[in-house]
Design a protein around this ligand. Structure first.
Ligand code: ADP
Ligand code: MG
Length: 253
């Protein structure tokens, strides 16, 4: 089995606040990793370093074999040229808690924006592919709608279609259902579950334990900038070894 994401000893501080205190994590191709942990434990920062939205201070991250940051204490940080960073970022899909759709663009234009402007795909080709993706997320009839005319669940499904339009090799989800009314959570999780069954490599930060139990290959529990424990859902969720994991699970279950 090949490794899609390899994170070694990653450290990240904001000023004097150390937010990632030596993260080691390996994500295999085709697998789903669910990241759990209390607010402020560093989950979003970890996702953002994988997508080059934050630079690491120390450590190494490689995505699909391409190294994106590396420094041993005292050494100089190897940094990629900005052009290469942008190129790599287009191969990693990122779905945010608050959808982040372009409000002034239709659903269709939201989905084709990146393929046309970043990847220089012919518009007609991008449109055809966008219709196919909108159908996949159950929104074939919403291509001409504007985001404000959609429910939160529908907007998040558009955001997923938009991420897929770049044919990413890796998808990152940062609490994709946290901003949704409870009755809309299921329709978004259904789409993510479908992607999992298609063998999409994903890292999903979520508090949806039922989803983690069902879909995750690996569950990672983070607290205070560290990975406290990781393993198959049957172990981490059912028989956690660490007291901090037990305490967290007792609060969210
Ligand atoms: P989580 O997603 O687990 O809630 P975050 O990664 O968002 O945690 O944040 C971890 C810690 O880093 C928090 O204390 C947060 O306030 C801090 N933090 C995150 N981003 C920044 C930033 N850009 N500048 C300063 N502090 C930040
Ligand atoms: Mg977060």
């Amino acid at each position: 089995m090949t490794v899609m994401v390899d994170i070694r000893s990653v450290h990240k501080s904001f000023g004097s606040l150390e937010v990632l205190k030596g993260i080691d994590l390996s994500v295999r191709t085709g697998e789903v990793t669910v990241v759990l942990g209390p607010s402020g434990s560093g989950k979003s920062t970890l996702l953002r370093t994988i997508n080059h939205l934050e630079k690491v201070d120390r450590g190494a991250i490689s995505v699909d074999g391409a190294l994106i940051g590396y420094r041993r204490s005292g050494d100089k940080l190897h940094e990629l040229p900005e052009r290469e960073v942008l190129r790599q970022r287009t191969r990693i899909g990122f779905v945010f808690q608050n959808f982040n759709l372009f409000p002034h663009l239709t659903v269709l234009d939201n989905v084709i924006e990146a393929p046309v402007s970043a990847l220089k795909r012919p518009r007609a080709e991008a449109v055809e592919s966008a219709h196919r993706l909108l159908k996949r997320v159950g929104l074939a009839d919403k291509a001409d709608a504007y985001p404000r005319q959609l429910s939160g669940g529908q907007q998040q499904r558009v955001a997923i279609a938009r991420a897929l339009a770049l044919e990413p090799k890796l998808l990152l989800f940062d609490e994709p259902t946290s901003a949704l009314d409870p009755e809309l959570v299921g329709e978004v999780l259904d789409v993510i579950r479908d992607l999992a069954h298609r063998g999409t490599t994903m890292i999903v930060v979520t508090h949806e334990i039922g989803f983690a139990r069902e879909v995750a290959d690996t569950v990672v529990f983070m607290d205070d900038g560290r990975i406290v424990e990781q393993g198959p859902p049957g172990e981490v969720l059912e028989r956690p070894r660490e007291e901090r994991t037990r305490l967290f699970l007792s609060k969210v279950l």
